[in-house]
Design a protein around this ligand. Structure first.
Ligand SMILES: [Zn+2]
Length: 81
């Protein structure tokens, strides 16, 4: 049986194959917040993860990218560039 073709480029560290479709989880809703703003109960965006099957290298992606873009447009002072 052959592994399915990954939609992610090979790992830069070991040349391994990335798999996706995973979400960052914890007891609380895990995600990103601008730290110049008061911490909200819910993150500005939750995170999805892709993990290299060769070495475990993990990359995170923001799920609510449009929300992040909108917030960055409306409140650029909350972000570093
Ligand atoms: Zn790797």
């Amino acid at each position: 049986m052959t592994a399915p073709q990954s939609r992610y480029p090979s790992c830069a560290l070991c040349g391994g194959t990335f798999v996706g479709g995973m979400r960052m989880t914890s007891q609380y809703k895990t995600g990103v917040h601008p730290y110049r703003k008061r911490l909200w109960a819910n993150p500005l965006s939750t995170l999805s993860a892709v993990v290299c099957l060769g070495c475990g290298h993990t990359k995170l992606f923001a799920d609510e990218l449009n929300r992040l873009r909108f917030e960055a447009e409306q409140h650029p002072e909350h972000f570093d560039w």
